[in-house]
Design a protein around this ligand. Structure first.
Ligand code: SUD
Ligand code: ADP
Length: 284
């Protein structure tokens, strides 16, 4: 039965706790080994089914036309694939910085697919939703699976893992870094040897994109150089956001309280299960 109730769905950010580039394929894409964990900072999508067949998305996000928004794209894609004529009114609370390597766009799209599968009572499996959404972003399958995972290949091979759920400071440098630009950079480390999961989990964690991003973006270097005095600090994804790791919320707060005015940062906690899963389990 179609669900007509209104539900507020979370769309969490992710961190890449490590990211290694193992080589480049003939099609130009890079082979990766990267560890994804969610954090408790989320966008929220409030969704109600409508019977008109229209997808509405409010409020408009600056410099992002509705039809380019991954939420709109995911909803129309699911409508087409499922062949039914229900619509949805979607209200977005955008809390995640855009284009910073926190995966907000992919997470919003993943939450849209999971939520509309519920609202429209489509009964599609997570795997089917992943296949539908993959063209919207390489990180979509992780958000749809909803479990902290090691991603390999170009990001499509997932293995569930349980890294410690540390506390973090996530800092947002005032610059935008495009993912293709980082992968095109001649300086990018792209020959790290592939390792087994147990080796990866037990050895020091690094991000192969960090040295060239630090060289090319002084604002990122400045943020890392300030935070690393207090705690281990790394780039997430291809940047620009960076995160520092702490054992407790109090330790993170002490450093956040010291942070200079030029640093935009927030404290958060790592989550091995997406909050979307927790919400879904209360609905069934
Ligand atoms: C590498 C990650 C790790 O989380 O970086 P972030 O975007 O999160 O920073 C993501 O998987 C990125 O995902 P996404 O941003 O969706 O990338 P895509 O649109 O698929 O790819 C953008 C471009 O980056 C390059 N690219 C991307 C992924 C990959 N494994 N190898 C590549 O060479 C390709 O040139 C591609 O055209
Ligand atoms: N709902 C959305 N939220 C964020 N970005 C979106 C969304 N829909 C489309 N985009 C586009 O995707 C780009 C990447 O966004 P985002 O996922 O936040 O960054 P990243 O891939 O670096 O983690 C944005 O610059 C924006 O143009």
């Amino acid at each position: 039965m179609v669900k007509l109730d209104t539900i507020r769905w979370p769309a969490p950010a992710k961190l890449n706790l490590f990211l290694y580039v193992n080589g480049q394929r003939e099609d130009g894409y890079h082979e990766l080994q990267t560890l994804f964990q969610f954090i408790d900072l989320c966008d929220y999508l409030t969704i109600t089914t409508n019977l008109s067949g229209k997808i509405t998305l409010t409020p408009e996000i600056k410099d992002l036309p509705v039809t380019d928004n991954l939420i709109y794209k995911a909803a129309t894609m699911l409508q087409k694939v499922s062949g039914q004529n229900l619509g949805a009114n979607i209200h977005i609370e955008k809390n995640l910085p855009m284009g910073g390597g926190l995966g907000g766009g992919s997470s919003d799209a993943a939450t849209t697919l999971i939520a509309l599968n519920y609202h429209w009572n489509l009964n599609l499996t997570r795997l089917q939703l992943s296949d539908i959404g993959l063209s919207l972003g390489a990180d979509l399958p992780i958000f749809i699976a909803g479990e902290a995972s090691l991603a390999e290949g170009v990001g499509e091979q997932l293995t569930m893992v349980s890294p410690p759920e540390h506390h973090y400071i996530v800092a947002v440098p005032a610059c935008h870094i495009s993912t293709p630009t980082v992968f095109k950079d001649k300086q990018l480390i792209r020959d790290t040897k592939k390792r087994s999961i147990s080796q990866l989990m037990s050895q020091i964690w690094l991000n192969d994109c960090e040295p060239c991003v630090k060289n090319n973006y002084p604002k990122v270097a400045k943020v890392i150089d300030w935070l690393v005095e207090y705690a281990p600090t790394r780039l997430t994804g291809t940047g620009a956001c960076v995160f520092s790791t702490f054992a407790t919320a109090q330790e993170a707060q002490v450093v956040l309280d010291k942070s200079p005015q030029w640093l935009t940062a927030f404290a958060c906690k790592g989550l091995n299960k997406s909050p979307v899963n927790a919400l879904l389990s209360t609905l069934k």
